[in-house]
Design a protein around this ligand. Structure first.
Ligand SMILES: Cc1cc2nc3c(=O)[nH]c(=O)nc-3n(C[C@H](O)[C@H](O)[C@H](O)COP(=O)(O)OP(=O)(O)OC[C@H]3O[C@@H](n4cnc5c(N)ncnc54)[C@H](O)[C@@H]3O)c2cc1C
Length: 326
């Protein structure tokens, strides 16, 4: 059996791992403590936040067919009113009813489910890959551990991180080097009482805040508490990316106070996370990187767009292709 190393246990990594482990000896390496990547969940007992992707949409029959057997166990619909708000204008605009898909009980639950039975090493950052004779790759961790020899290495890390890892092995002009990402701050707020408004999310205009999601209104969450996840606007984030994170937190909190009536002095939990690579700038052409002569592949949202459905479809496609060649 071929030995395959997959870097990253987000949706791309676990989807590839699940498919390819039927044909190869697969090991997934994940630098984080848990699974899910940007489908992330922060546990701050008793508060829980999906501070990466808050939800996804479904457009293709293929993805729908994958989700249908999971509905009610690991996947559910999140329905409710979504409002639009503008800075310095208390009036609510454009109320609409929306239905999104979410993983339950937390956003990372889908990846955890897909990862059942997979050989995964968490808290293990792959620092470098070295080409060894007979077309093998040796993986070395950031703590200098020898992670073994592999026939094929598949990176699902965001494109700039894959570029660093694959280095000179990659053709210089590959599309991977053209992928550019927006960054985002996710502000998390916990309040020790139920959410008392009738909306589940708000799109914000002309403000450092782009989106407010009431995480605790999702299905299978604790509805006795309020958990808010606030995403910063991408242009504002770019201008403030390297600012002290505490300062960013204070600015976003004050901004939130002006947008929705909220007593920011009486919050039970406040925290902030900076996503350096949050959403890729989509390209029209469909791309990925596979060189089976060399034994290197790279896939992820940089291939097309930061959309959970697109990411899953692409991982399936690459797994099918690699699986058919080994
Ligand atoms: C704030 C935010 C909002 C979003 N909103 C939406 C939305 O509304 N709808 C939607 O569909 N999508 C949304 N997305 C995008 C979506 O989350 C991603 O496109 C998708 O989760 C990407 O999955 P992936 O597996 O390709 O990459 P990732 O989830 O990034 O997985 C890559 C994994 O590789 C690991 N890794 C990286 N380098 C190494 C290394 N050297 N060694 C070991 N492990 C490594 C990382 O820790 C990570 O777990 C959002 C993302 C963010 C951050």
């Amino acid at each position: 059996m071929k030995k395959i190393a997959i870097i990253g246990a987000g949706l791309s990594g676990v989807t590839l791992g699940k498919k390819l482990s039927q044909k190869a000896d697969v090991c997934v390496f994940e630098k984080g403590r848990g699974l899910g990547g940007r489908m992330a969940t922060r546990y701050a007992d008793p508060f829980i936040f999906d501070h990466g992707a808050p939800y996804w949409k479904v457009e293709t029959q293929e993805f729908q067919e994958f989700l249908t057997p999971l509905m009610g166990s690991v996947v559910a619909e999140w329905k409710g009113e979504v409002i639009s708000l503008e800075k310095n204008n208390p009036e609510i605009k454009n109320t609409s009813r929306s239905s999104y898909f979410v993983a339950t009980p937390h956003m990372n639950s889908l990846c955890k489910h897909l990862a059942i039975g997979l050989n995964i090493k968490t808290q293990c950052e792959v620092r470098s890959i070295k080409s060894i004779q007979e077309k093998k790759w040796r993986l070395i961790s950031s703590s200098d551990e020898d992670l073994g020899l592999y026939d094929i290495v598949i990176s699902t890390a965001p494109a700039p991180q894959t570029l660093k890892l694959f280095g000179d092995a990659l053709p210089k002009t590959h599309e991977l080097s053209k992928a550019t990402f927006d960054s985002c701050f996710s502000l998390m707020i916990g309040i020790n009482q139920p959410w008392d408004r009738n909306w589940i999310a708000a799109n914000i205009h002309h403000s450092p805040i782009k989106w407010i999601g009431v995480n605790s209104t999702k299905p299978a969450r604790n509805h006795d508490l309020t958990c808010l996840v606030i995403h910063s606007d991408s242009q504002w984030t770019k201008a403030n990316l390297h600012r002290d994170i505490k300062e960013v937190q204070d600015i976003l909190l004050k901004e939130l106070e002006t947008l929705i009536t909220l007593d920011i002095k009486n919050l039970s939990y406040v925290s902030i996370h900076r996503w350096l690579y949050s959403i890729v700038h989509p390209l029209n052409n469909d791309r990925y990187y596979i060189d089976l002569d060399l034994g290197l592949c790279a896939v992820g949202d940089w291939c097309q767009m930061s959309d959970i459905e697109a990411v899953w479809l692409k991982a399936q496609k690459v797994a099918d292709f690699v699986g058919s060649k080994i």
